[in-house]
Design a protein around this ligand. Structure first.
Ligand code: HEM
Length: 140
């Protein structure tokens, strides 16, 4: 599976529109970063002074993936997410923390059950594909 290219929409409403567009995606991502901020494994990986930038990047990526505006690629180029995660220590522990905060964020968005399941299924597969090391989290 490519995590960068979203499902093609044959006709009708995109998933982006169906769940409430930009407002919904941004709310999920902001809630996700609330969890990240207090997480001892994840917080040190993220740019402390550019959390708004991080919110923008993840929101824009997810919006594009689900059929919303293509602003992410216009500004950041091809997602190449595995490559962009190489600098970070993404082991199964980090993946599980990432998913923990993402599940909480999606749950608080109160989406229809099928939408919620669709989104979480994708995020889980994407998170598994992002693991790039099985070495323990460096702690110092
Ligand atoms: C599995 C655990 C994961 C960890 C520990 C992790 C960690 C990170 C970190 C530390 C950053 C840099 C923050 C920034 O400055 O933007 C980042 C960026 C990003 N992550 Fe993840 N990530 C994970 C999974 C995912 C998944 C599953 C997705 C997609 C569904 C994703 C999408 C992104 C995007 C779009 C960016 C910004 C890329 C850019 O344009 O530079 N990440 N991630």
């Amino acid at each position: 599976m490519s995590v960068g290219a979203g499902p093609t929409q044959a006709e009708g409403q995109s998933f982006f529109d169906a769940i409430g567009g930009h407002e919904t995606f941004e709310a999920i991502v902001r809630r996700f970063y609330e969890g990240v901020k207090d997480d001892d494994i994840l917080a040190p990986m993220y740019p402390e002074h550019d959390m708004d930038g991080a919110v923008w990047r993840l929101t824009a990526f997810l919006e594009q993936y689900w059929g919303g505006p293509t602003t992410y690629s216009e500004q950041r180029g091809h997602p190449r997410l595995r490559m962009r995660h190489q600098p970070f220590h993404v082991n199964p522990e980090a993946r599980d923390r990432w998913l923990l905060h993402m599940r909480a964020a999606v749950s608080e968005a109160n989406l229809a059950p099928l939408h919620s399941a669709t989104l979480l299924d994708y995020l889980e597969r994407a998170a598994h594909s992002m693991v790039n090391t099985f070495e323990e989290t460096p702690r110092g």
